[in-house]
Each structure stands twice: as C-alpha cells, then as structure tokens.
Design a binder for this molecule. Structure first.
Ligand code: ADE
Length: 262
C-alpha cells in the first residue's frame, strides 16, 4: 500500500490563537493511567456533572497556576465494568468535553504499542506528529482517504525539545492485537506507535477546531517476541509513571504551547 504520509492537503488539528491557554482538557482512556495524574495534580471529582445523566464519563478538575485543568476519563462500561477504551467512547467524551468546557487545548494521554523497527522502546514517551486510522479499510476512491482519516497534531517543538520526548506518527484502531491487514495499513501510515483512541480524538478536535497534543507512553513492542496483552498488562503501571511525568511537565509548559506551535 502506498504511504499516506506527506499530503499537503492533510487536515491539521487546529492551532491555538494568539491568546494564553486557560482551560485544558486531558482525555485518558484507562483508570490506571488517569488516577496517578489525578493525585499528582490534586484534582477532584466533579460533584455537579457536566455530562448527561447516566453516562459513566468522569471529570476530575482543579487549578494549576492560571490553568483550569479537566481530566476526563470515559469511565467503566456500564454493563461489563471494564474501562471504556477505544474510538467510540473517545470521540463521544471528546465531543461532550469540548461542548461543556470549551477548552483551549486538549491533551490525549495514554499508552501505546511501539514498533522497535521504527525506534520505539518500552517506557519511551512519544508526542505524535500526526494520527491516522488503520482499521477503516474502504477501497473506493476518496472513501479510502476518509477511512484513513489522517490528521496532523498540533506541533510543539519547544516542549519536545525541553522534555526530551520522541516524536512519531500514531496509528489508531479498535483492537489491541494487530491483524495482517492492520499491519499493512500501519506500515502505510508510517506509524511508530499504535493506540486505540488518538485518531478519534483528532477527528472530533479537528471538527470543532481545538488544538490537540497526543502524548503516548510505550507499554509493549508490537514487532517484538512477547504476546501484546501480557506485555501491556505487565508494564502498564510502571510506564504510566513516565506518562505522568511528561503530562505534568506539558502543563507547566503550556504557555510555551501557545507560543511554540508551528
Ligand atoms: N495501548 C497499549 N498498547 C497497545 C497496542 N499494542 N495496541 C493498541 N493500543 C495499545
């Protein structure tokens, strides 16, 4: 499959205006990833929910310096009690959060599988340069590009440099494993990391013109020897610490975000 990497007409997830960032929404799919950050930022759970009655979505909020910080976790599936991971919940909470909170910036933080052939290692924290889907195959002209849904992330060269983060392309799909068809699309997307939410958050953020940063910590090596689910579960807690560190520092540097985008 041809690479979809370098089209000049690609959608760009909106860039911030020349005004200071005051409200940040952080979208995190898993409780294990979210709670350490809630504690570190001393956020409190919403007592007057901004989301519709009955949904499992949780907002934690608080202040850091001049920033109004909202961490949104899609919560536990109402029937099965597991984290509501994946693109459907991610797009819903992104839409609802933008509507309710009018953020100046979204940070989608979480874990990802990494490709060692593209330079990823367990524990690395990546900022995604762009996101695309790898499981929306529609072999009809133009619908094929719609399915891939390539979107550039907001560029943060200053933060990447200051925090010494890696930069790579992110490919998103609704499966933890990787079929051979997914693999071919991930190669076509030129991705270094693979997650289950990023491109869905990018889609909604692009629709509503909210600049978005994707910060992903690598829990497992997709092109390695270990079974993905085992390696993911084994490394989830430890790798989340590296993710926290990066996200809290991003917040401290969010004034740089307003100045530093290109
Ligand atoms: N999150 C962490 N590891 C992942 C993987 N291998 N695929 C998709 N999402 C992930």
């Amino acid at each position: 499959m041809a690479s979809h990497g370098d089209r000049s007409e690609d959608a760009v997830v909106s860039q911030p205006q020349d005004r200071p960032i005051s409200t940040i929404v952080i979208i995190i799919a898993m409780q294990t990833e979210a709670l350490p950050l809630v504690n570190k930022l001393q956020l409190t759970e919403d007592l007057e929910p901004v989301f519709p009655k009955g949904v499992p979505w949780v907002r934690y909020h608080g202040a850091y310096k001049d920033l109004n910080i909202n961490l949104i976790w899609p919560g536990k599936d109402l029937a099965l009690g597991v984290d509501s991971i994946g693109t459907v919940s991610a797009s819903l909470v992104t839409y609802a959060s933008i509507e309710a909170l009018k953020p100046d910036l979204i940070i989608n933080a979480g874990t990802a599988g990494g490709f060692k052939a593209k330079g990823a290692a367990v524990g690395d924290v990546f900022v995604a340069s762009d996101c695309a889907f790898h499981d929306r195959r529609i072999p009809i002209p133009v619908f094929d590009m719609y399915g891939v849904g390539l979107r550039q992330a907001y560029s943060t060269p200053n933060l990447v440099k200051e925090l010494n983060l890696k930069v790579g392309k992110l490919s998103t799909g609704d499966s933890l494993d990787m079929s051979s068809q997914d693999e071919a699309s991930i190669v076509a997307n030129d991705a270094t990391i693979k997650d289950m939410e990023g491109a869905a958050v990018a889609y909604v953020a692009d629709l509503l013109k909210v600049p978005t940063i994707f910060v992903k910590a690598v829990t497992d090596i997709v092109d390695g020897e270990k079974p993905t689910a085992d390696e993911f579960l084994q490394n989830l807690a430890a790798v989340t610490a590296a993710l926290d560190q990066a996200v809290t520092q991003e917040e401290m540097g969010s004034e740089d975000v307003a100045r530093g985008g290109s």
